[in-house]
Design a protein around this ligand. Structure first.
Ligand code: VG1
Ligand code: CO
Length: 543
């Protein structure tokens, strides 16, 4: 194999966001754009002898082309082998599992998660380290720094690799192994959960409906729910991966998973319904005419974890991202285990899991997971719920209502304002920051501001400090408003407003979250002046 050195010039915009570099496909299609970023990753790493790289993606448009480039660059940069998912497919949690199970020198995951796919839509790329988790900020910052000074990249001249069938190809000592994308992951799930109990639950006539949203979890769902658990084919919808995700927006929430929501709230609603996102790391959980917030889902899984074989011995600790509700904190307090509050993004959980400090982690953005891999895991969360339903014989709704009775309810909602011009979004943030000194002590209706800050986090394992992670307005009554800008979008800015109130009052626990939070929403707008500064009266998406 002859290694070519190609002269290139830097792009200024290759800064990884919350979860890797995400841009429009057309940006990635510019000459050298993908190559520059991949070389910047390789230049940041100290690639050891005999290093193997895992490569896979969510199957979106440009996945296959990008994989061919990455294979050729891995060969030129000292890797001896790549493990690639068949058809270029690996869900994000499955990729994390492959890295860990086969101890590869990390992996490159191609995904823009829940963002729409297709020639005019989004693509993404990120590097995960040998523990299977997204590279920490120290590494992503270094990759960005390299990308700003890059002058050449290395690539070999190889014919395109056939990714359609499982097997090994060896070229001049470099090995390309195409692996079954599903089997290792399905095996892991089967070890962790009580499949026999879930099978009995299904055989007893309980019904499940799963929506893969035309994205990567389709083949996994068919194998796990269909083949291994015996669910009938009509329980599984949109399970063929298409390059543009069926033209949809594979974000499993009440807005974008509308087809599933209609079924879950319809006349023939199943006992349990769930969806996952583009790359398979998110989950939405629904019961019969009932929605479980991701923050509550995390708390409830933590509270009942001992009913799941993998966690029969209990949890070492739990962690949640800062904007996620404090529901899990109450469970941790009762269990007498530690609860960590981290910035948004799964990369901050890795150290805590590696150090054995936490078993479960979660984010309000439909992300839940555990230390079985180092990514959030959509199908794992679905299986947690199925296992709990099978073990308790309860319905989703009764499990949640009983949970609220015991722990109280953290009433919670996130309001997203998408596609806001960047200057306007920055003006909202600046307007709040300008009030940092004057807000504490101010009274807005029933709410008295206690403290205001811009969240910063010191990693308890390696001491790394991350600042500027979101504005927090904390009220004396325990309610709070958090405002931050998204780090995963590819167009304009998205303002996220996270609203939370706590209630032990049984009557209030039954209320609709938007109603219960109405007064807090008014106060939030008063402080942020968001409607005035952006011209937006209503959020784009409410979750
Ligand atoms: C969003 C979510 C965050 C999540 C991230 C990646 O980030 O809020 O909780 O970790 O997406 O999820 P941001 O910066 O847009 O708020 V995924 O499923 O897009 O990899
Ligand atoms: Co995702």
């Amino acid at each position: 194999m002859s290694i070519q050195t190609v002269v290139t010039t830097p792009f200024a915009d290759q800064k990884p966001g919350t979860s890797g570099l995400r841009k429009k496909v057309r940006v990635f299609q510019q000459d050298h754009y993908l190559q520059n970023f991949v070389q910047s990753i390789f230049d940041t790493l100290e690639i050891p002898a005999n290093a193997v790289l895992t490569v896979g993606g969510d199957g979106r448009f440009y996945n296959k082309e990008a994989i061919q480039v990455i294979i050729k660059m891995a060969a030129a940069n000292g890797f001896v082998k790549v493990l690639v998912g068949q058809h270029g497919i690996l869900s994000t949690p499955a990729a994390s599992n492959i890295i860990r199970k086969y101890q590869t020198f990390g992996g490159i995951i191609l995904s823009a998660s829940h963002n729409p796919a297709g020639p005019d839509d989004d693509f993404g790329i990120k590097y995960n380290t040998s523990n299977g988790g997204p590279a920490p900020e120290k590494i992503t910052d270094a990759i960005f720094a390299k990308s700003k000074t890059i002058s050449q990249y290395k690539i070999v001249d190889l014919p395109a690799v056939d990714l359609s069938s499982v097997g090994v190809t060896t070229l001049d000592g470099f090995e390309i192994e195409v692996i079954d994308a599903v089997r290792d992951y399905a095996d892991l799930m089967e070890q962790m959960f009580d499949f026999a109990a879930i099978k009995r639950w299904l055989a007893a006539g309980h019904r499940l409906q799963f929506d893969a949203m035309h994205a990567v979890t389709g083949p996994y769902a068919k194998e796990i729910f269909g083949h291994r658990l015996g669910a009938s084919a009509d329980c599984l919808m949109n399970c063929e991966v298409s390059e543009n995700f069926g033209g949809g927006h594979p974000d499993p929430n009440l807005t974008y998973a509308a087809d599933l929501v209609e079924i879950a709230y319809g006349a023939h609603a199943p006992d349990f319904a769930a969806a996952s996102d583009g790359d398979g790391d998110r989950n939405m959980i629904l019961g019969h005419h009932f929605f479980v917030t991701p923050s509550d889902s995390l708390a409830l899984i933590a509270a009942n974890a001992k009913l799941i074989p993998a966690y029969a011995k209990g949890l070492s600790g739990v962690a949640r991202s800062m904007p996620t509700s404090g529901a899990v904190d109450r469970v941790a307090a009762k269990l007498g285990i530690d609860c960590y509050e981290t910035p948004t993004g799964w990369k901050f959980f890795g150290n805590l899991m590696d150090a054995g400090r936490v078993t479960l982690c979660g984010e309000e953005s439909f992300g839940t997971g555990s230390d079985h891999v180092r990514e959030k895991d959509g199908l794992w969360a679905v299986l947690c719920w199925l296992n709990l339903l099978a073990a308790t014989g309860e319905s989703v709704e009764s499990l949640v209502r009983k949970h609220w009775q015991i722990y109280g309810r953290n009433v919670y909602s996130r309001h997203d304002y998408e596609g806001v011009p960047t200057e306007q979004a920055n003006a909202v943030i600046a307007h709040i920051k300008a009030q940092f000194n004057s807000l504490p002590g101010q009274v807005f209706g029933h709410y008295t501001v206690k403290t205001v800050d811009d969240f910063s986090y010191t990693d308890p394992v390696d001491g790394a400090v991350s600042t500027g992670q979101g504005l927090r307005i904390l009220f004396a009554c325990g309610s709070r408003v958090v405002i931050r800008l998204s780090g995963t979008g590819t167009e304009g800015a998205t303002i996220r407003v996270y609203l939370e109130a706590f209630t032990e009052d049984a009557a209030q626990q039954q209320m609709d979250a938007q109603e219960a939070l109405a007064a807090l929403i008014t106060v939030s707008n008063q402080i942020s002046q968001l409607p005035q500064l952006t011209g937006r009266q209503q959020p784009t998406v409410i979750t």
